[in-house]
Ligand binder design. Sequence first.
Ligand code: PLP
Length: 445
Amino acid sequence: MNAQVHPLPSNTELDAFWMPFTANRQFKSGPRLLARAQGMHYWTADGREIMDGVAGLWCVNAGHGRREITEAVTRQLGTMEFAPTFQMGHPIAFELANRLSELAPSSLDRIFFTNSGSESVDTALKIALAYHRAKGAGQRTRFIGREKGYHGVGFGGTSVGGMVNNRKAFASAMLPGVDHLQHTLNIEHNAFSRGLPQWGAHLANELERLIALHDASTIAAVIVEPISGSGGVLLPPVGYLKRLREICDKNDILLIFDEVITGFGRVGKPFASLAFDVTPDLMTTAKGLTNGAIPMGAVFAHRKIYDACMQAPEGTIELFHGYTYSAHPVACAAALATLDIYKKEGLLTRAASLSPQWEDALHTLRGLPHVIDIRNYGLIGAVELEPRAGKPGARAFEVFVKCFEQGIMVRQTGDTIAMSPPLIIEPKQIARLLETLSSVIRQVA
Ligand SMILES: Cc1ncc(COP(=O)(O)O)c(C=O)c1O
């Protein structure tokens, strides 16, 4: 348990922190402050226990306050707090890359380290361009993203992303040559599906239309989240991802899976690519890689991509890209300790055994006032609420705030309440989480 708890800031002391993705003025007039965390719970600064229904922000997969991670980080800080990885190396970076390559689909065994999901996405986009250029196809510069997709906040990720509020203020600075597939959410056909929806595999065929419009020879890569989280928990219809894979293969287009939230056990396998048996060419990860303890991301690249880039003359830098903190030793230590916990406690597959109970508990909310859809897969769940007329998101925001007041932390995105609890959650905690949400939904008009 965190030993030291800082004193509460006064109202004026809240001003300096410009909070990310937050309604700053609203928050600062009624702050929700977390002070410590252990296992499945946070405690607020005034001592209230809050069950964590979102693994922090889809990242604390092994639960909070893991002693093994704290000890590994402390040890590493005491041994070597930093070492560069530009033209230098340190052993645990290589050890971690090897460990990760064993977890992923077998061909994705070349690992590039970053510090966040956003950096992983921009790195994957750049690697896709570098690959085609190395293969003599430097004219392949377009990217295809998807509506409602979220790929972080770099200019690359924002450009291929498909959430209008994240894009509109920066419209003039979006990457040129990006197009988007239609999203896969269809409440009319798929409301209250359990697991993957049956309707909608044909939506992948839209890629063929975009290829006909732009010509395959101009397209570098397609990027999608196998399951999108931030856009409101959108599930791939059965067969959809396989179809995308086939079309990409036929046209020499790389397929990138953004697994920043689906990676590290969230869907009952180490990665969604394994759960859905569709192997991308590049896979972006972050969050659960270090259990959220230290910022770190990783891009998994197919060996053919690495090999193509290694054709540059001996002694030249093959990829002019990297971060000061790529493979930061302290982050590597945190990641290795995290992988040990995942292995020892079987957490990378635990969601598969819990998901039937998770699904049943979620679907008990069907029929509550304003609930228009429920979506689930692995240990991901979403309850879609009917928007209030002229006030999109207001009803779900009220639910989110009331949930917090009544002892559970969920996530609101638009009119969706999303949940992704730590993978250590126990069946009775699933029941309590959903009972509280159900009670709050009944209280909100
Ligand atoms: C699918 C996906 N990609 C990228 C990101 C960005 O990650 P980060 O916030 O670590 O930059 C997120 C964050 O939620 C995400 O869900």
